[in-house]
Design a protein. Structure first.
Length: 267
């Protein structure tokens, strides 16, 4: 399995705006064409992008002038267009001969409602749609396009796909790659301020916390084994049970053969 893009971009493309510039779509397709041609006889499984939501939300990784609540959505828009172009290229020109598969790896926490209140249940859905549905919904849902809650809350700052682009992106993956590590509790954010300046966190509209009983193995990885089943069930119900591979998962612990912490992490 080979991932085409894992956060690194040639400086010449960074200099013209990176994923903020629509020219990146064609350049990424050209790059993929070369890789498919030269390595496709030895690679049977491809991933177009690893964790796109993460690098579209990161000023450090993008290394370009970044406007929160705007630049991240432009990055994601161009990335989805590039993903669809590369998948179409592979399916049309290489898959008939190389007989491989191509998908995308998306990362998300499991966002567990803090309580059984309707607000917290809705907050869980908002967090899942913004963090996982941002890229999963256009590709894996029946209707395609961005999740409705994103269109409602982001408004004009969220770029729009044409009907042709929606159709092109929908179904553009042979499998769903999931990177999963941990969970958070979520509740509605009572702040009604229209966000000035805007931000992805404000658009999501939730507050996150952790259950004090959850054991922390690292600063951001908590032992919540039920989260794996919960997020897999959410994907199954939301997207009709697509073929799914766990492409990242686990916890870093001290070396040794007594590995109880990893056992607890998965059980």
């Amino acid at each position: 399995m080979v991932t085409l893009y894992h956060f690194e971009l040639p400086q010449v493309l960074q200099d013209v705006g990176g994923w903020q510039n629509s020219v990146i779509v064609e350049r990424f397709r050209d790059f993929a064409d070369v890789v498919f041609e030269r390595l496709g006889d030895r690679v049977k499984h491809w991933i177009t992008f690893n964790e796109p939501a993460y690098f579209c939300e990161s000023e450090v990784i993008m290394l370009v002038e970044f406007e929160p609540g705007v630049s991240n959505y432009i990055c994601g828009h161009h990335l989805l267009q590039a993903h669809a172009e590369v998948v179409r290229l592979y399916r049309d020109s290489y898959k008939p001969i190389q007989q491989g598969s191509i998908g995308i790896s998306l990362a998300s926490m499991w966002y567990q409602p803090r309580s059984d209140s309707l607000d917290d249940l809705e907050a869980s859905q908002w967090a899942m749609q913004f963090n996982l549905g941002w890229f999963a919904h256009p590709i894996f849902s029946t209707n395609g396009d961005y999740p409705q809650i994103m269109k409602d809350r982001v408004g004009s700052r969220l770029p729009k796909f044409s009907n042709e682009e929606i159709a092109s992106i929908r179904g553009s993956a042979d499998f769903f790659g999931l990177n999963f590590y941990s969970a958070k509790l979520v509740s509605k954010n009572p702040d009604k301020n229209p966000a000035n300046p805007p931000s992805f966190d404000h658009d999501t509209g939730v507050l996150t916390s952790v259950d004090p009983s959850w054991v922390a193995t690292e600063s951001w990885i908590l032992v919540v084994p039920s989260g794996m089943r919960s997020i897999l069930n959410w994907i199954r119900l939301e997207y009709g049970n697509p073929p799914l591979w766990i492409t990242e998962n686990g916890v870093g612990t001290k070396l040794g053969t007594v590995d109880d912490q990893r056992v607890d992490f998965h059980n």
